[in-house]
Design a protein around this ligand. Structure first.
Ligand code: BGC
Length: 374
């Protein structure tokens, strides 16, 4: 009798234990599940804070039963901790202006011994050609604008050296390659204006670097950031014996803050063919009294990739345009640029902007008469 009642008691106790432990097991299971989901969400999304908010807001976990409520409170604690962690990483120190990873003079080899299509430094570049340092807050967000046509190999060579260098400089950067559609005479100034306008629709940048595709930097101490005044970054070019050929040269690589680019009304849209659109820019800078900043010749060094020169802009037109900059530049430039965007595509290493800029004026007299009217 006593034995029977003991055995019933044992059964009851066992049943109680089972009943009581179910919520506990479910709780542990749900908590682990929640953490796994959260971890996956964190991995999927760069912005930890957003993904945590999304987890809380999502209907992923139904928080109706008591044990799930317990789960939620545990989860909330985890979330708070993650948020604290994230707010700490939000208060990252600003990156150094001369990072310790810089190596100085670079060893440039443009021969076919190198495979320029791949570099291990490309592995963490985000589609569209974006990168930013993880352990410090980049000093500037920099848009690298590359005017382009038919120069794929040069683009690969440039990025092969420039991407690792910009990473060592700890900048938040994105590459934009702006290509002129069709076969009409190239108009570099116009497509750089178009790129500036298009990029501003996509993202905010502190600094724009207008970069010829054939200019390979030779020293990573030449930091790709903007100063208040326009910065001519390529004063020492191999082609010119590493000396500045004339004081007003701003061609090759030029960095400008967006408000400065707007203040000079960007580049002229009237230079069809090779030459002088950069001299026109120098004149704009001069008329706005902005001055030109340059790195020392020891670091502002570039190697120019050899190539056949583009179709020239006739000297007569170039000279005429350069004489008229003062009266023209606030009417001819960013505020008057006309183009059609053919497409904007993300590729692994750059954002590709294709623009249609139409045809150059048929005869040179038309340009000179346009100029006389302005
Ligand atoms: C041209 C510029 C060019 C410079 C250096 C000048 O004659 O007008 O466009 O950047 O030479 O090549």
């Amino acid at each position: 009798m006593l034995q029977a009642s003991h055995s019933r008691l044992r059964k009851h106790v066992f049943a109680c234990i089972v009943v009581l432990s179910v919520p506990l097991i479910v709780n542990v299971y749900v908590t682990i599940g929640f953490s796994v989901k959260k971890a996956n969400a964190l991995r999927r999304n760069d912005n930890i804070e957003d993904s945590i908010e999304a987890m809380i807001d999502s209907e992923d976990v139904t928080m109706t039963t008591p044990w799930l409520l317990v789960s939620r409170s545990i989860a909330n604690k985890t979330i708070k901790t993650a948020k604290e962690f994230w707010s700490v990483s939000h208060s990252l120190n600003i990156c150094s202006s001369s990072p310790i990873m810089l190596v100085g003079r670079l060893n440039i080899d443009l021969s076919d011994n190198t495979n320029f299509t791949f570099h291990k430094e490309y592995l963490d570049i985000i589609s569209g050609g974006t990168w930013k340092p993880r352990d410090c807050f980049a000093r500037q967000r920099v848009a690298i604008i590359i005017p382009f046509r038919d120069r794929r190999k040069h683009l690969e060579q440039l990025q092969y050296y420039l991407i690792p260098m910009l990473k060592r400089q700890q900048l938040n950067f994105r590459f934009f390659v702006v290509e002129q559609n069709g076969n009409n005479t190239f108009n570099k100034g116009l497509i750089m204006n178009a790129a500036f306008a298009e990029v501003r629709k996509i993202e905010d940048f502190d600094c724009f670097v207008f970069h010829d595709v054939d200019m390979i930097p030779e020293d990573d101490r030449n930091i790709y950031t903007c100063t208040d005044a326009p910065k001519h970054m390529s004063p020492a070019l191999d082609k010119f014996g590493y000396r500045l050929p004339y004081m007003q040269l701003v061609g090759g690589v030029l960095s400008m803050k967006p408000d400065v680019f707007i203040a000079v009304n960007g580049y002229s849209n009237l230079y069809w063919g090779w030459g002088a659109e950069d001299d026109d820019m120098a004149a704009r800078i001069k008329f706005k009294n902005l001055g030109i900043v340059r790195p020392p010749l020891t670091t502002g060094r570039y190697r120019m990739i050899k190539h056949s020169k583009r179709e020239m802009n006739p000297a007569k037109i170039r000279m005429f345009l350069l004489k008229t900059v003062k009266n023209r530049f606030m009417k001819d430039g960013l505020n008057s640029v006309q183009y059609k965007t053919v497409f904007v595509k993300l590729t692994p290493l750059f954002t590709h902007i294709m623009v249609d800029v139409g045809e150059p004026p048929k005869d040179t007299n038309k340009i000179t008469s346009m100029m006389t009217q302005t």
